[in-house]
Structures are given as structure tokens and as C-alpha cells.
Design a protein around this ligand. Sequence first.
Ligand SMILES: [Zn+2]
Length: 469
Amino acid sequence: MPRTMTTQVQSASQRQMPAAHLTRTMQLLEKTCTDLDSELSNEINDNPALEMVDEMRCPDCKRVIRTFPCQICLNQHGAAGPIVYVAPRRQNHSAASDSEEYLSNDNRIRNPESLAEHVLKQVAPSLDKQERGVAEYILARLDEHGFLLEHTAEIASYLRVRISTVKKVLELLRRADPVGIASENVTECLLTQLEVLDKDGMGNPLAHDLLTEFWEQLGRRDFGAIARKRHVSVESVKLAAQFIKRNLSPYPSQAHWNNAESASGRYFRPDVEVQKNPHAEDGPLVVQVFTAARGSLRVNPTVRDMVKRIEEPEKKDEWSAYLERAALFVKCMRQRDNAMRRIVRLIVKRQPAFILGDDSDLIPMTRAELAEELELHESTISRAVASKTICLPNGRIIPLSLFFDRSLAVRAAVRKIVNDEEKAMTDEQIATKLVDYGYKVARRTVAKYRSMLGILPANLRARQLPRAA
Ligand SMILES: [Zn+2]
């Protein structure tokens, strides 16, 4: 969304800066890390005064570091509270990310080189020297599932090659074995595999539609809805879904390199990741808050010097606007990262039992409480929490907003009560039992939670009893 120069000049006047500043920080805070990634690319593309320097700096001590977290700041960390740091999401490991080296050098389950070599061997004969370089770059940047998390334009600009070159290389890579490698996401990967099967005369047109048009319904296994919209029988939808399950693999790297590590629920990229302390069982939790910048974002000093020398007023204004906008963006990104970090630190500090335990360990807390303790506005907390996800040490990815879900612990109790029941209990009886757990909940609320948990009402549960333990 490139804005016109006129708007930039207008909006960049000094007087309007504080408001613009706040609005921009709030906008950035609201974005998931993935959206922040594209926002950053857009901003860099649109603004010649903004640049990303290929060096990593510790946000605290400003030293240039090689890996996150900064060892110097880490050593100064007291025993209290989790270790929380802001880091870019690295390409080789979407989940384990940068702390990989810090966590353990021997802990690598798989050698990513071998997969890269395997693919490169197949495509190399069709590539010239430059394209081969692009292929090597891409293969080195795949995440643990074999996905490519960088945009084509980003790669092209980083490697200083044409976008069409990157596209050509990607086309080849994605069709190499394992098919779908270097895809952007699960859907794209599945579609590529389907396309290859199609060429071999083994395709399935309905499966194609399921992947392109009915992805969500497919996820919910809502075959009836798909059948109605597509005017086919439920049975044929089920068959197409089965076809997908049997013939396609959502994770290209795992399709080929049988990986013992469970990937369930990990294909979408979390905004925050919590890990147990690798050095001490009861040591502080290690938390990464992901940000978009893979380097140091700054106002380009060469442009700044150049603008000083411009004499023509109109041109000077135009370039000054670029400079201001770049400075604003750098500042707002930093504030976004800082706010995220403070908020996440407090959440993790308050909920270690839930993070390491289960839903019943959640301690009810509100956005307002956090806001007060952090001296932030409640809406700031809401934005920071909205639509973001956190990966817990057991690999489970949950919405950050779940930490504020008062009903979660009650729901866990409802599940426990039903699991333990000898005879199907009515909602009324469950409500009474909940008092033992310290929850006073209306019968209607129990019914609501029960249905959220996918538990049938008592009269229908009764038929299923006795249940296998
Ligand atoms: Zn540091």
C-alpha cells in the first residue's frame, strides 16, 4: 500500500508526530508476527530512507551479537522471573528459532544439510550459476517443516537478482522430491503435490477444490456444508478428503525425512515461544517474543547526509518526509517490541503453572490488571494479545488471549468431573459438583461449557456408559 507523496508530506509535519507515533505503534502492536513481516517489507520497499542492516543487535545493551539471546545480558539476569527476549524468527527453525544454538548444539534432531543436498542434486542440472546460488540460499532458509518463510521479493532484493529468477528457482524446487518443499504454507504445499499427481494422471478435481475453496470447512470436517455448496454427495466429499489424507503430506520435509518429532499443530507460526530452561530444571523459563526485523532496522545515514545537502526546497521536503517516516517507523517498531516483551514477561511470570501444567492450572487474570501493573492502557494489552499465538514448552500452540479466559479452568474442571463420573451427571449436578472445585457457575453456563468441550448432554452420555477408562 504505497501512500502518495502528498499524504506523506502532510502527515509528517512535526506537530502531528505524537499522535501519528502512537497510532503507528498501536497498529504494529496489533499485528501478528507474520503480518508484521509483510508490513516491514512494504515499508522498506516504499521508503528509501529506511534500511535493514545485516547485523543483529541486542535491544538492551545495543551490542552486536551473533545469536539471540545476548549472552552478556543473559548473565546479568537475576533469578527472578522468566528470561524474555525479542528475537527475529529464524528461517531454519520456525519454532525452535534462534535460541537453537544457545539451547543445545547436540539437540538437533535432523541435519538440514542433508535435505538441502538431496534437493539441490535434483535441480542443479537445470540451473545456471546464479540460479544455483538462489537455490542454495532458499534451501538454507527452510524451516523445520521444509517451508520457506521469506517472500520472493525479499529474497530477490537480498540476493540482488530478478524476482523472475527467484520464481523460476522456486518452481523447480517445489516440484523436486519431496514435492512441495519450499512452499509458503500448508495449502500451497498440498496443491503442488496434487498438481504433480494430476500430471501423472492421478489427480482428484474435488480434492483440489477442497484445498482451494473449502479449506476451513475441511479443517472442521464439515463435509455436509461442502457437499451442499459443491452440489455433490457427502460421500464423494469424504472420499476426496480421504484422498488428501492418504496421498498428500502437509509437511514436505517430513514426507521425506521421517521425523519422529510430532508436528501436530505446529505448522502455524507462533508469535511467542516459551521453553524450559535448558541449563537448569527449575531455572527460569526462556521466552522468545518474535519480531519481524532480521537485522538492525535504521534510518539510512547516507540518505540523511544527502538530504542535508539538497537545496531545492520541494525536493528537500520530499526527502525530509521520507526521513521522518523512517525514523517514526524505527521508533514505533522498537516500542512495539518493548511493549510485547513487557506484556509477555508479566503473563509468563504470572502463569508458570499453566504453562508447564494444564488448563486447570490457569490463574484467572484480566487485561485491566496487567494494564495497571505495567502502567499501560488496557487497550494496549488488548492489541498486544489480539490474534497472537504462543507456543508452550510441550509444543502446544494456543492463542495468547487464552491466558485471560476465565472459563478455561472451569471448563477443565467440567471435563474432569465428566471423566470421573460413574453415572452420567446432569448439568445441574455438574454445577453443584463445581462448587467443590471453588467455582460457582449457573446450570446454563455448564451447558455452554459442556458443548464447547464437545461433551454430550447427560441423557445421550448415558447411552455411552459404561465407558472404557
Ligand atoms: Zn545485551
